[in-house]
Ligand binder design. Structure first.
Ligand code: CIR
Length: 257
């Protein structure tokens, strides 16, 4: 699955006012900007054409662009984010997405955050979480099905989003927390199970043959390297303080169709 384009948004000076459950302390804006710039630079180095949108100070979480849309090969689905403070963010991504795809929408009472949607091949796993409800998942599933995908709902339980706990790192291979590893929905996939102390590293991102992970999780890195995969590490401390990770910072597109 090659990635050609990505959409990111620079963090706003207000970003520390975003939603968080983390007890890691107040994030630093300057360091956040540096970490975001390094992320964009790495995507570009990996051959991705990155569109960088302006900050939106009125939406302190808006640089976590993944949550406002899910991009399929043929269409982009603008979500209805589940946190009331983030609902208005969805409309702000439509113009950029419209350059690449026809748009569809998740409508109330359905809610959905893109962080709950994990694609593995022709299948979508949709996390049911505090942000994505059954109605949102069902609307998503119906659209995905029309475009040739199957889908399964997965109760997220702990953690913010499904992709806080599980991500695809190679064909049919997922990096997953112990808690979700034994779930029936994932039984057909090869599972790389995270150490409990390294669960934040679950939010890995596969980009054009490399696996991007947060820096500071050596056991996870070694396990992925042992699979013969090429790992790149990025400092993610300031996003982690705001419950965000590598996937959250971009919307990614492959070729259309
Ligand atoms: C929020 O709580 O919505 C943001 N502070 C973090 C969103 C992270 N997004 C993601 O995992 N896809």
């Amino acid at each position: 699955m090659s990635l050609t384009h990505a959409i990111v948004r620079r963090p706003a000076p207000t970003f520390a006012a975003g939603i968080t459950t983390s007890a890691l302390g107040r994030p630093d804006y300057e360091i956040m900007q540096q970490q975001h710039a390094a992320y964009v630079e790495l995507l570009r180095e990996l051959g991705v054409d990155v569109a960088v949108l302006d900050p939106l100070p009125e939406f302190p979480d808006a640089h976590f662009v993944e949550d406002v849309a899910v991009i399929l090969p043929e269409v982009a689905i603008v979500t209805n984010p589940g946190a009331p403070a983030r609902t208005g963010e969805a409309a702000t991504i439509e113009a950029s997405l419209g350059e690449h795809r026809v748009l569809e929408r998740i409508m109330a009472p359905g809610t959905m955050d893109g962080g709950d949607v994990l694609r593995v091949g022709k299948h979508y796993f949709v996390g049911i979480s505090e942000r994505t409800n059954d109605a949102g998942a069902k609307q998503f599933g119906e659209i995905a099905f029309r475009h040739g995908f199957r889908w399964t709902a997965v109760p997220v339980g702990a953690g913010l989003h499904l992709k806080s706990s599980v991500n695809r790192i190679a064909d049919d291979t997922i990096l997953v927390t112990e808690r979700l590893a034994t779930r029936d929905e994932f039984r057909k996939l090869r599972r790389v199970v995270l150490d409990e102390a390294e669960e934040y590293a679950a939010n890995a991102l596969s980009v054009n043959g490399k696996v991007l992970i947060a820096k500071g999780f050596p056991r996870t890195r070694d396990r992925i390297v042992d699979l013969g995969l090429d790992v790149r590490e990025l400092e993610m401390s300031e996003s982690e303080k705001m419950d965000g990770g590598l996937t959250c910072l971009s919307l990614r597109l492959g070729p259309r169709g």
